[in-house]
Design a binder for this molecule. Structure first.
Ligand code: MN
Length: 145
């Protein structure tokens, strides 16, 4: 099965590394951006199969990232998934209204993450099979946004 090219937009290094590790472990090609502007730029330049973005970013923020990607014909069709510590009632609706296709709350669940992300990929780009990998390495410290 061919891997997907997945762009991660996340300013928190620990969270970025964890997502990168998990997606790479399932054979995906991971691209990273450390802030919103870089994320939009990388999205336009690399046109990945999927973009995972934090919402609380140091510069333009995930909602603005979503708006810019959605307004650009080059990137508007790319599935865009928010990963965020925002957990208040109504946040899910706000995230979807901003142009994201889906929403995963932090902390990331290492055993479920890849499968959750692959729900937004076409079948031909999915590599995970339930129960094929078990992680016992990953810390539960993903509190920071
Ligand atoms: Mn953040």
């Amino acid at each position: 099965m061919p891997p997907a090219r997945i762009l991660i937009v996340e300013d928190n290094a620990a969270s970025r590394d964890l997502m990168s590790y998990l997606l790479s472990a399932f054979g995906h090609t991971v691209l990273v951006a450390e802030n919103g502007m870089e994320g939009v730029d990388q999205g336009r330049r690399l046109v990945p199969d999927l973009i995972v973005s934090d919402v609380q970013l140091p510069d333009i923020g995930g909602f603005e990232v979503a708006r810019r990607l959605h307004d650009d014909p080059l990137t508007k069709a790319i599935p865009l998934v928010a990963v965020t510590a925002l957990a208040m009632v109504g946040d899910r609706e706000r995230v979807l209204a901003a142009g994201f296709d889906g929403y995963l709350p932090k902390p990331i669940d290492p055993e479920a993450f890849v499968g959750q992300i692959e729900d937004f990929l076409p079948l031909r780009l999915r590599t995970s099979q339930p129960g094929t990998l078990k992680f016992n390495c990953c810390r539960a410290e993903e509190r920071e946004h």
